[in-house]
Design a protein around this ligand. Structure first.
Ligand code: PSU
Ligand code: MN
Length: 302
């Protein structure tokens, strides 16, 4: 038996060389509150399908990595209390026949195993503030250094140390390309104040860069930084105010390890009265749309 399963829809698209975009499940299970998470999971898939792109939402269900979920699978990731699964958790969940929602790292890894080259998320994980003492750096980064996939992301969450994250991506030889800008975004905010070396202006150019990387790279992935339009971003002053309180709350609650990101995201949604959630959904939609266009360009050159 194969150790992972592609849905018939995803398998057919891959076999025919049609565009496919991977979607993660941790953003659904741990990053967004119920019931908006189920609506979002369905909407992200619908955005792709209506553009002629096959969505492949990825999760581990009863020990089997699923590349593409049916309706019941999508409901399970939204409504069950699933384990947050990174790459290292996959074999244990498989052996125990347990379920897990896959992070960017685990989704990227499984998508690449299945032959999917484009992946949309909200915001990539990264180096946490204070990592010089906690060593808390997301496995999203190290995974992308050895995983042949292009991830579309609204930069990294501003709860992280963005400058350190960019340094690590440089060390790991993962290209970071701005979509039509060299201003690196900060998830809820259009700009982080940091600039990157490269901007590409068309999805055909991105697909060309992917092809060149396949020929000249060592199997690493690529990050496409896609800022939320300024008209949709969170008010920067309100953003700073809420984040400040969120860090104090995380400290007081003593959360650490993989609980940190879900805690902060949940707290920030509460404290902002849902404003951060609206922006999170908008930036994720924006990423899904761009990823769909990249996948279409890739299906022509790849
Ligand atoms: N971006 C979001 N919402 C999320 C995450 C990212 O908009 O929930 C998740 C992703 O699954 C990412 C994970 O891989 O947070 C990073 O967690 P950690 O910092 O523990 O590596
Ligand atoms: Mn961590």
């Amino acid at each position: 038996m194969k150790s992972f399963v592609c849905s018939p829809e995803v398998q057919a698209a891959l076999d025919a060389g049609k565009p496919v975009v991977a979607l993660e499940s941790t953003i659904i299970s741990h990053g967004l509150p119920r019931p908006q998470n189920l609506e979002a999971a369905k909407e992200f898939e619908e955005i792709l399908r209506s553009n002629g792109v096959t969505p492949a939402t990825i999760a581990i269900l009863d020990g089997v990595p699923q590349i593409g979920l049916d309706e019941v699978g999508v409901e399970r990731i939204a409504n069950e209390d699933l384990t947050k699964a990174s790459v290292r958790d996959i074999p244990i969940l498989a052996a125990r026949k347990e379920s897990g929602a896959t992070t960017v790292a685990a989704t990227a890894h499984l998508a690449a195993l299945a032959g999917i080259r484009v992946f949309a998320t909200g915001g990539l994980g990264g180096v946490h503030r204070g990592a010089n003492t906690t060593f808390d750096e997301s496995a999203d980064l190290s995974t992308l250094s050895v995983t042949n996939i292009t991830v579309v992301s609204a930069g990294v969450k501003s709860v992280l140390d963005i400058a350190a994250t960019l340094e690590r991506l440089e060390s790991l030889s993962v290209p970071v390309i701005g979509w039509q800008t060299k201003e690196f975004p900060a998830f809820w905010l259009t700009k982080s104040g940091l600039t990157i070396d490269w901007a590409l202006d068309s999805t055909d150019e991105i697909a060309q860069a992917m092809k060149s990387q396949d020929e000249l790279g060592h199997g690493q992935g690529m990050v496409i930084a896609n800022p939320i339009p300024e008209s949709l971003q969170w008010d920067p002053a309100e953003h700073d105010r809420v984040l400040d309180i969120a860090f104090k709350a995380a400290d007081a609650a003593g959360v650490h390890g993989k609980a940190v990101t879900p805690f902060l995201l949940g707290f920030i949604v509460q404290e902002s009265n849902g404003r951060s959630l609206e922006v999170n959904l908008d930036l994720a939609r924006n990423n899904v749309r761009l990823a769909g266009e990249i996948a279409k360009s890739w299906s022509r050159v790849g």
